[in-house]
Design a protein around this ligand. Structure first.
Ligand code: SF4
Length: 162
């Protein structure tokens, strides 16, 4: 893969202007499980999250172009969230699920199928016991000026802190 290839974030906020629908969050024995769509689907221009009557992060997964060092989760030249998920969550499936994002997925590109077997449990819905915390970089220097990120700083209580 070319070093300069644009990769995609597999857990993007629906507010991202280039957000695409990646999957639907189902529930399996009380646990969230993402069912990945056969096709990445752009959100319609008139997509109204409020009309769903539920936080979109409870029901849907979105992808969007990775903001690289412009994202609040960027650590040491890569995605800190992808690394934290591997460190803090157990696999929930035996094989990588069929997924339209794989060729450009930031997590898969950096971590391979170790990300994919954990990915279906990732949602942004409130569940304090399952929060994934992205540690600060152990290596300096830390950036002092971050550009505005389409993946905002985490809020308390999310399953995966965006
Ligand atoms: S981590 Fe794997 S399963 Fe999840 S979005 Fe990326 S390629 Fe798809």
């Amino acid at each position: 893969m070319p070093m300069d290839q644009q990769l995609d974030c597999p857990s993007a906020p629906h507010q991202h202007p280039e957000a695409r629908l990646l999957g639907v969050v189902l529930e399996e024995e009380g646990e969230a499980r993402v069912a990945y769509l056969d096709k990445g689907t752009a959100l319609p221009d008139d997509f109204d999250a409020d009309a769903l009557g539920i936080d979109p992060g409870h029901a849907l997964r979105f992808s969007a172009p990775c903001a690289n060092h412009g994202c609040g989760q960027w650590r040491d030249g890569g995605c800190g969230l992808g690394k934290a998920i591997i460190a803090q969550l157990a696999p929930v499936v035996d094989v990588a699920p069929s997924c339209t994002l794989r060729k450009t997925c930031r997590w898969y590109t950096e971590n391979g199928t170790a990300s994919c077997v954990r990915c279906p449990q990732v949602t942004t819905r409130a569940h304090p016991s399952k929060a994934v915390h992205v540690p600060r970089s152990a290596y300096g220097p830390h950036p002092t000026h971050l550009t505005p990120s389409p993946t905002p700083r985490p809020e308390r209580g999310e399953t995966v802190l965006r």
